[in-house]
Write a protein that binds this ligand. Structure first.
Ligand code: NAP
Length: 293
């Protein structure tokens, strides 16, 4: 099937979890020929077939990717090495040009058995929280790494599905993934902490999380529009040490580790408040309070 951008791309995808289903759905929408989809368990295969509207194989028998340009291993990071070995031993990767995984921190050396077979190896990590076929990838940044041929092929796929790409080599991979975890995972922990405090203050269970998400969304929208320093509101932006010390005391009464988190993040906010023009004496007073708390 021709896509109009570069040569036609044929794919096989092993693993139909959250990311695998999102990638396959985006590829199908872009007109990519996804010739094989396999996942380990029949339950996941049924779910994937329902979401994607196509056949998804499952079970111990690994279907062949013979002749496709790209075999994507969309499985949990710790499984990639074993699955590569199993696919190689089963002869499933014969004549495949590129084998890639979707891990963010994982190097491409785990794909060594495929490289020994003559495949170029690489990785494509989408910087988006994916939960299945409903997760769009349009506009998403993807970090690429690997052999030049693999990086080219993965860049081609990324372009077809509307993603932007950046090459992130092995040395920077852990730092890159830490940045991704701060944005995607630590935000979830912060929302859980915020909901816990709101609930302890009297909001009902479901309302507390909804209110926290609504507030966070407005803050994220402001950051996207204005940048971090200009978007900052609240007591740290005003250099209001009294209010923040009252927060810390209240959080310490609820769960001391939440007070620790708030204290450390308030320190980070002082730097942004400085850029915003908050008077230095107020910010110094806030830092003194944070040091003493
Ligand atoms: N989800 C995201 O937001 C996201 C974003 C960027 C990158 N990624 C990357 O995408 C990859 C997959 O993550 P995910 O979020 O899709 O995980 P997931 O939803 O938990 O799916 C994991 C997949 O791995 C398979 N699997 C687990 N253990 C296995 C084993 N022992 N043998 C064979 N297959 C096994 C599962 O198969 P069954 O379910 O069939 O058992 C499933 O297909 C990871 O490399 C992750 O870093 C994920």
């Amino acid at each position: 099937m021709s896509s109009g951008v570069g040569p036609a791309l044929g794919m096989a995808v092993y693993g139909a979890g959250r990311a695998g289903r999102a990638l396959v759905a985006a590829a199908l929408r872009a007109g990519v020929a996804v010739q094989t989809i396999w996942t380990r368990s029949p339950e996941t295969a049924r779910r994937a077939a329902r979401e994607l509207g196509c056949h998804v194989a499952s079970g111990p028998q690994l279907p062949t990717a013979d002749g496709v340009q790209l075999a994507l291993l969309a499985v949990s990071d710790e499984v990639v090495a074993d699955l590569t070995r199993a696919l190689t031993e089963a002869g499933a990767l014969a004549n495949v040009r590129v084998v890639a995984h979707l891990g963010g921190a994982l190097g491409v050396e785990v794909l060594a058995p495929a490289r020994e077979l003559g495949c170029a190896v690489g990785s494509l990590h989408p910087l988006r929280s994916l939960v299945g076929a409903s997760s769009g990838l349009e506009g998403c940044w993807c970090a690429l790494d690997g052999d030049p041929l693999a990086v080219n092929e993965l860049r081609h796929l990324a372009k077809l599905i509307g993603c932007r790409t950046v090459k992130v080599g092995a040395d920077a991979r852990a730092l890159y993934h830490a940045g991704a975890a701060l944005a995607a995972n630590d935000v979830v922990a912060l929302l859980a902490a915020a909901a816990e405090a709101l609930q302890a203050a009297g909001l009902h269970d479901g309302d507390a999380l909804g209110a926290a998400v609504d507030l966070a969304r407005s803050a994220i929208d402001n950051v996207a529009r204005l940048g971090t320093a200009a978007a900052l509101t609240g007591p740290a932006a005003r250099g209001d040490a009294v209010t923040i010390s009252r927060h810390l005391a209240a959080l310490a009464g609820l769960r001391p580790d939440l007070a620790d988190i708030h204290r450390e993040l308030s320190r980070q906010l002082v730097a942004l408040s400085r850029q915003q023009g908050t008077p230095p004496d107020r910010l110094q007073h806030l830092l003194d309070v944070l040091d003493r708390a």
